[in-house]
Design a protein around this ligand. Structure first.
Ligand code: MIG
Length: 803
């Protein structure tokens, strides 16, 4: 590939030859973009100019790009900006991106090859012979590097050795080797053997595949059905830096309401208002916390979206209010398929407004989903997003602020105008305005969920929306969070949920979760109990089951399982101050609530690929039991600091050195938790449901390391607009010789403090005196402090003569 010409045009460098074009720019510091357009002459009338390229992934409020410089050095062009360098060979087209300057910079990504095919004139006309791999990019995959993320995937946390397809698919049920699934995010964080990270994001919603060092162990290959490959290389050096840069590019997730983090119950098969009332009563009479009920498709009249069946739900508004009084939020499901029925206002409006997906021949495309026949709003067009958003008025007026968007791959069971499809969805050549379905399929759910968020924000500005989606493309985190779809009630799916949610977190989606106890198939009491324990740290916690499966509300299997589930749910409620703080942190840092160990221990090879455990923040490690009839498990404690057992958040247990394996004893009611030296974690008392994200009773578990410790707490009303009064509190313990000084620093405009605050502290060899606490007690290495209201400083002297 020869690229003879180049020109600097504003903040972009254009390089081109007889047939190929590449545009290089630096949208953010540490992020370099190469828009690769091989064989562009054949497909682009304006060659060597490229038409503007809209993106579903990029945040709309992007900053101005960085300035770039370009110079020639032999056959190479040297392009620099934002701290990065791109070297592009004009004789071969090979390029590399370095962090820093050409002499000393670290090589991030290196491409020997990128190529395209001259589009066949038939392609555009006959999608059944559409070449599914029109453009290709091959990047070096150095031996030993780990490949994280790629959206929603089965398999281990490191995707090396997998061949992945980006094509959102409704698969009921999915299995531990199913690919693709519902969510496509062509973004990976690469971690080398020294623990240094960089990112690669290919912003193409087109059908794509990625071969992650499977066919060739030394190559990561992207192949797209589209004419271009829009590549972003993101600098590290830590995985957390890559994730933050990805969110700077594609957006941060908005803060969820606190109630969405509480316990939720769902079932496909709850059919009437009275059934829902009975479920709430079942929770309340057994002292089981409950914050939300998800309401599946049977509330609708004949599966007509934006309707409510009047017989089964005679007064939805009253029901929503009645539930809210009991601390329970109703979250209805919404499907995109609109019943094609003249006289049904949603259909009539969609038709009149030209909002629908069409066939290649230009007719409205008609398929079958739950409504039959069904038509599909074209959420890839802004005017359709606006129209769908306006439809949320109905639910907002009922007092609803949470919504569950399903089937938005989009799923389509059959077509009335049959064409070849890939999976149960729309045909490749269906039309979205003038774009073929194969180009925008993966982004269909983004527009649908954007509409939901915008709708609730418009009609209920005093509430904070909670939007769940099954499908999505890069950037979906700005609009909604993801649940992992139709999993199965098996132990292998329980274990799979950790790398799956972890992988979504590493793909910029910080609040993803899996259905507790499995959607398909009958669960068992033991699997339920262990699944609830695993889910204590899921970003949200929803029990959901398929129609026809055995009942799986927490009490259905009796004792000892009910007690174990109650213990896990109470643990969840206790941890909400910490989880909500992490949720808030995600809105600033993009670090997920449930963190794979690699996020904080990338240079520790045992931690890097450990995906049977997870971290809640940097300081709390969760090592749940994932196997039937096991009451012990092996736990890896990452190197670099000590870890103290805090099983079930109860008493401190033994302290273990990092970089070691230990065996956790975990009978049915026990969740093994470990607190890292140097960290403090806030928690509260269990409650039947959440209220405000302010904690009349607050406790801290703290482990003073050699440098003391830090802990954080974010508080606000728990709902309402994100700019309402809030407070971020840091408690910092600093050592100086024999003394430890603990300070509390709060920032923000939220008034009022905890009414009862205690600190449980380990890590001190002895205690001679304590100043500033209301009372204290030191025994067996554990110091308990009762803290006065509005405290700001505690001083502890270590020394031999304890009191
Ligand atoms: O064709 O609404 O993944 O959570 O319960 C199945 C019924 C449609 C699939 C979702 C599942 C939901 C179910 N839906």
């Amino acid at each position: 590939m020869r690229l003879d010409h180049f020109a600097a045009e504003g903040s972009t460098v254009r390089v081109w030859g007889d047939t190929d074009v590449v545009l290089i720019s630096v949208p953010l510091p540490g992020v370099l973009r190469l828009r690769l357009a091989p064989e562009a002459r054949a497909g682009t009338y304006t060659f060597p100019k490229l038409p503007p390229k809209p993106s579903f992934a990029l945040r709309p409020d992007a900053a101005a790009p960085e300035a770039v410089q370009v110079r020639e050095a032999g056959a190479e062009l040297v392009i620099q900006g934002g701290g990065l360098t791109c070297l592009l060979n004009r004789e071969t087209g090979a390029w590399m991106v370095l962090d820093g300057d050409p002499q000393t910079g670290r090589v991030l990504a290196q491409a020997a090859l990128w190529s395209g095919e001259v589009p066949n004139a038939r392609d555009a006309l006959d999608a059944e012979v559409f070449d599914l791999q029109r453009t290709r990019l091959t990047l070096d995959a150095p031996h030993g590097s780990a490949y994280l993320g790629f959206g929603e995937r089965v398999g281990p946390i490191d995707k090396r050795g997998m061949h992945l397809t980006f094509w959102n698919t409704d698969c009921f049920p999915h299995h531990t080797d199913t690919d693709p699934l519902y969510v496509s995010v062509p973004f990976t964080t690469v971690v080398d053997t020294a623990g240094l990270a960089h990112g690669v994001f290919v912003d193409e919603p087109w059908r794509m595949e990625a071969d992650v060092a499977r066919r060739r162990p030394d190559a990561l290959t992207f192949a797209s059905a589209g004419p271009e490959l829009d590549v972003y290389v993101l600098a590290g050096p830590r995985p957390a830096d890559v994730l933050r840069r990805y969110a700077d590019l594609t957006g941060y997730a908005p803060l969820p309401p606190l109630w969405a983090l509480g316990a939720a119950q769902s079932r496909w098969g709850y059919k009437t208002a009275d059934e829902l009332r009975a479920i709430v009563a079942g929770y309340r009479e057994r002292d089981l916390p409950l914050d939300a009920l998800y309401v599946d498709i049977d509330y609708m009249d004949a599966y007509k979206v934006w309707t409510v069946d009047r017989h089964r739900f005679p007064d939805m508004k009253a029901l929503v209010g009645e539930m809210l009084e009991q601390g329970v939020h109703l979250v209805p499901i919404v499907d995109p398929g609109v019943k094609a029925e003249p006289g049904y206002d949603v259909y009539d409006e969609a038709l009149a407004g030209d909002h629908l997906v069409r066939t290649a021949r230009g007719d409205v495309l008609v398929g079958e989903v739950w409504p039959d026949p069904a038509v599909f709003p074209d959420f890839t067009r802004p005017e359709v997003v606006a129209w769908w958003g306006s439809r949320h008025k109905l639910f907002a007026e009922l007092g609803i602020s949470g919504q569950w968007n399903d089937m938005n791959e989009p799923a389509c069971f059959s077509l009335k105008q049959p064409r070849v499809t890939e999976g149960k969805t729309l045909p490749y050549d269906a039309r979205h305005g003038n774009r073929p379905h194969i180009e925008v399929h993966n982004a269909y759910a983004n527009g649908m969920s954007e509409a939901s968020r915008a709708g609730y924000t418009q009609f209920s500005p005093h509430l904070r929306p909670w939007i769940l989606t099954r499908a999505g493309y890069a950037g979906i985190q700005r609009h909604a969070t993801v649940w992992t779809g139709d999993n199965t009630a098996t132990w292998s799916h329980l274990a799979l949920s950790l790398p799956m949610i972890g992988g979504l977190g590493l793909s910029g989606i910080p609040y993803a979760a899996a259905d507790v106890a499995g959607f398909a198939g009958d669960t068992t009491g033991e699997l339920m109990a262990r699944w609830y324990q695993v889910a204590v740290g899921y970003p949200f916690l929803r029990n959901h089951a398929a129609s026809g499966t055995a009942d799986q509300e927490p009490w259905r299997f009796g004792e000892p399982f009910l007690n174990a589930i109650r213990t896990a749910l109470h643990l969840r409620m206790q941890l909400l101050p910490h989880l909500y703080t992490l949720a808030h942190e995600a809105t600033r840092s993009a670090l997920p609530v449930m963190r794979p160990l690699v996020l904080h221990h990338a240079a520790d090879p045992d931690a890097l690929r450990e995906d049977t455990q997870y971290l809640l923040g940097e300081g709390l490690l969760v090592a749940p039991v994932l196997r039937a009839a096991h009451t012990r498990r092996l736990v890896y404690l990452p190197a670099g600091s000590e870890w103290a057992e805090v099983f079930n958040l109860a008493e401190f247990g033994p302290v273990h050195a990092g970089g070691t394996y230990t065996v956790a004893d975990a009978p049915l009611t026990v969740l093994p938790l470990y607190l890292k030296a140097g960290h403090a974690v806030p928690y509260t008392d269990a409650a039947p449901h959440t209220t405000a994200a302010q904690w009349p009773r607050l406790s801290w578990l703290a482990f003073a390391g050699a440098d003391g410790f830090v802990g954080q707490l974010y508080e606000d009303a728990g709902s309402g607009p994100a700019d309402a009064p809030s407070r971020l509190t840091r408690i910092v313990g600093e050592r100086e010789g024999q003394s430890l000084t603990i300070r509390r620093e709060s920032r923000g405009d939220l008034q009022g403090f905890e009414q009862r605050e205690t600190l449980h502290l380990i890590g001190l060899k002895s205690v001679q005196s304590v100043q500033g606490a209301a009372s204290h007690n030191y025994a067996d290495g554990l110091l308990r402090l009762s803290l006065p209201a509005a405290w700001t400083e505690i001083r502890i002297e270590e020394g031999e003569s304890g009191e």
